[in-house]
Design a protein around this ligand. Structure first.
Ligand code: FAD
Length: 338
């Protein structure tokens, strides 16, 4: 039997931005239904780095990604959003009256007046370094492309590779968990936050983590599981380190998935939007968070939150072109209490 749902805004993607969009829409008394292909809410935060601390959420000097997701769920609870989890939105159709019908992989149909695509990176795969036999140590045998649970590395000797935020943040965090942490980076400057790079440098100087610059992990060794890695410097000198785990953190390869087939104007596998209200090239469809692109775009949770606020205003205008909405503060609008 087809499961049929009717709502004001259908939010595609239950990542942090999709979840916060429920709050912003709720303030305008718009109902939301949220769909995600993953079986749990939280997007990248739950799937890739639930235990990683995040340092750039306003008002939280640091917060674990998983805790941020829990807080967002608490924040939107008063608006009673409904969810379809574990189903991917495959297709959508615009109806004559300007509303939409969406279809998921499992046959759920959603009727809505506007759509907010918060599909993040779509489906994603880690970028793997070109190291021979790396895959023989995947599946819990010593090579990990993401840190799901830091406890896996308690009292272990680990080598992290990468130069972005993830490599830096995990080096800082795991310095307190693992027995030995070495960060290998092919360059001499980091792509990640300058503050995090400074923290790693300080850990190195204090002897709590080792920083190896201008180098790459070039070989992995071990019988059934990983036992050692070879680190080769750009000048050709090499050292072999005995390790329990190698964590290459070179980011993700984004795959847009079905969103790319919906007739929206795209640029570099992202949905082009108007920053006035994050509307796409199709009236009534908005795109917020990592999925969209515009001049100056930053793929940060904080930017996605801002986009969600403007999207909700734009969706309201699309649904009620003749009504004038006057922005009030949440204390005036009154967020329902639990
Ligand atoms: P996502 O979190 O990617 O969620 C999108 C969701 O949409 C996914 O769950 C996906 O399954 C779903 N989806 C996609 N297509 C469909 C479909 N067709 N049907 C149904 N569901 C669909 N940002 C920061 O601000 N601070 C940090 O410290 C930080 N650290 C990071 C560390 C790492 C390792 C990574 C990978 C990212 C980090 N980021 C950080 C970036 C941050 O995670 C993203 O900016 C954020 O997750 C974007 O949120 P989103 O809701 O747009 O998308």
């Amino acid at each position: 039997m087809t499961n049929s749902i009717s709502t004001d805004i259908c939010i595609i993607g239950a990542g942090p931005v999709g979840l916060f969009a429920v709050f912003e829409a709720g303030l305008l008394k718009l109902r939301c239904h949220v769909v995600d292909a993953l079986p749990q809410v939280g997007g990248q935060l739950s799937e890739i780095y639930p235990k990683k601390p995040i340092y750039d959420i306003p008002g939280f000097p640091d917060i674990l990604a998983g805790d941020l997701v829990q807080n967002l769920m608490r924040q939107i609870e008063p608006f009673h959003p409904t969810f379809t989890l574990g189903e991917r939105v495959e297709r959508l159709a615009k109806l004559e009256d300007g509303s939409f019908q969406l279809f998921t992989t499992d046959g759920t149909e959603i009727f809505c007046k506007a759509i907010a695509i918060a599909g993040g990176l779509g489906s994603f795969e880690p970028r793997k370094p070109a190291v021979e036999s790396l895959e023989s140590y995947e599946g819990g045998r010593g090579v990990y492309y993401m840190v799901r649970d830091p406890e896996t590395f308690r009292d272990k000797r680990i080598v992290i590779a990468g130069g972005g935020d993830s490599a830096l943040d995990w080096t800082i965090f795991l310095a307190d968990v693992a027995k030995e942490v070495t960060l290998v980076h092919r360059g001499t400057t980091f792509r990640g936050a300058a503050d995090s790079a400074e923290k790693v440098q300080n850990l190195h100087e204090a002897g709590r983590a080792r920083l190896v610059l201008s180098s790459n992990v070039t070989h992995v060794h071990g019988q059934d599981s990983l036992e050692a890695v070879t680190i080769t410097a750009n000048d050709g000198t090499a050292e072999t380190l005995h390790v329990d785990a190698f964590i290459p953190l070179f980011g993700l390869t984004p795959k847009l998935g079905p969103i790319g087939e919906w007739g929206l104007e795209l640029e570099d596998d992202a949905v082009k939007v108007n920053t006035l209200d994050y509307s796409t090239s199709v009236p009534g469809i908005f795109a917020i968070g990592d999925i969209n692109t515009y001049p100056g775009k930053l793929k940060l949770i904080l930017c996605g939150f801002h986009e969600a606020a403007l999207m909700a205003q734009g969706a309201y205008k699309y649904m009620f072109p003749d009504k004038r909405y006057v922005l009030k503060y949440t204390t005036v609008n009154g967020v329902p209490t639990l």
